[in-house]
Design a protein around this ligand. Structure first.
Ligand code: FO1
Length: 338
């Protein structure tokens, strides 16, 4: 295998990519050459315009994580960060004060915003930022693409007794950061998604892949939105490459994030099988050839197989790069079972 393509959200996807690259470069992945290239197609529906700056959380989390600039405890933003600009904005009474914009991180948003305003598409901006964050460590081995260059933003409708309609719509970042995903997400609306088009290189990265991986990112607001870009789901369904997914739900709980709330809001069972069946078998209108569940969910394997998707139960805790690389190896083994 020479070309792997990964559809990634933020933290879960970034962590998986670290282990995948570790497995590739150490030759730990059977059938994958140590110089194999990884194309990451990242979700951009978490993006947010804030104080006149374009913030792209999932692109930045992947970039900072693979470029060793991420804050390992938060899982987002920069290591050794300072918050002076945030404090000064709060001193002026500028809202929101609940979103952590760090001084180092702001430089990324300033460069991105200036390039966007100069007319560069998000994919060109991402390529430029990647020259700092990916090239020194990974050379040409890793390529980071936004799922689309068009503006797409996830909004969430929550109950609001004070409003006439009984509902209020908040941007995904407010739902996740300020509200901690506590209120039920009555509607998840990805504004602009239906009118978006895949960014340059995205369809080729899927069609030309030797393996397509769906890492344990949020199946609704990360992988789901990527698959929602018109033409993208079809590309995954038509690629000659095996498509293997990894469950973000272990023991009927998400490991981190808010997959439970998002799955519930779209009526999908919060279990390893529920997500696998939600993605569905490629032969039956879905996108999967294989689905990895954690050993604790081994009792789900038969149900997934009955849907026409190869399935195996393996350890899915990304406790270190070797553990994550073993997950990637299990995905490759499952691809071989196709
Ligand atoms: N997540 C938080 O929980 N609190 C924050 O204050 C916060 C700020 C932030 C700033 C830049 C950035 O790129 C990401 C940031 N995140 C924060 C994470 C972000 O909300 C999530 O990474 C994604 O949107 C969901 O995966």
């Amino acid at each position: 295998m020479e070309n792997l393509t990964v559809l990634s959200g933020g933290m879960g996807g970034a962590k998986f990519l670290q282990g995948l690259l570790h497995g590739i470069t150490t030759g730990a992945l059977p059938g994958v050459s140590p110089t194999a290239r990884v194309t990451v197609i990242a979700n951009t529906a978490d993006d947010w315009w804030l104080h006149g700056l374009k913030v792209c959380p999932d692109l930045d989390t992947v970039m900072y994580t693979l470029g060793d600039g991420i804050d390992p405890d938060r899982g987002w933003g920069r290591r050794n960060e300072t918050w002076s600009a945030k404090e000064e904005l709060a001193a002026y009474g500028v809202e929101p004060t609940w979103f952590g914009l760090g001084d180092r991180d702001i430089a990324t948003h300033l460069v991105r915003t200036q390039m966007l305003e100069a007319g560069y598409p998000l994919s060109a901006v991402t390529e430029a930022l990647s020259r700092r964050w990916l090239t020194p460590t990974h050379g040409e081995q890793v390529r980071l693409l936004p799922m689309t260059d068009d503006r797409v933003e996830t909004h969430v409708a929550i109950a609001d007794p004070d409003s006439p309609s009984g509902k209020r719509v908040v941007h995904f970042q407010e739902y996740w950061v300020r509200l901690r995903a506590e209120p039920a997400a009555e509607v998840v609306a990805v504004v602009g998604l239906d009118d978006s088009t895949p960014a340059p290189g995205v369809l080729d990265a899927i069609g030309g892949a030797d393996l397509v991986l769906l890492p344990p990112s949020n199946p609704v607001v990360s992988v789901g939105t990527i698959l929602g870009v018109p033409g993208l789901r079809e590309a995954v369904q038509q690629t000659a490459a095996p498509v293997i997914g990894i469950s973000p739900i272990v023991g009927d709980r998400h490991v981190r994030g808010m997959a439970e709330q998002m799955l519930t809001s779209i009526g999908v069972e919060v279990s390893a099988a529920g997500v696998g069946l939600h993605y569905g078998a490629r032969g039956r209108g879905g996108v999967l050839d294989g689905w990895l569940v954690d050993e604790r969910d081994a009792h789900h394997v038969e149900r997934v197989r009955a849907d026409g998707v190869a399935c195996a139960a393996v350890p899915l805790m990304m406790t270190d790069h070797d553990a994550t690389a073993a997950m990637a190896a299990a995905a490759i083994a499952l691809a071989g079972e196709r």
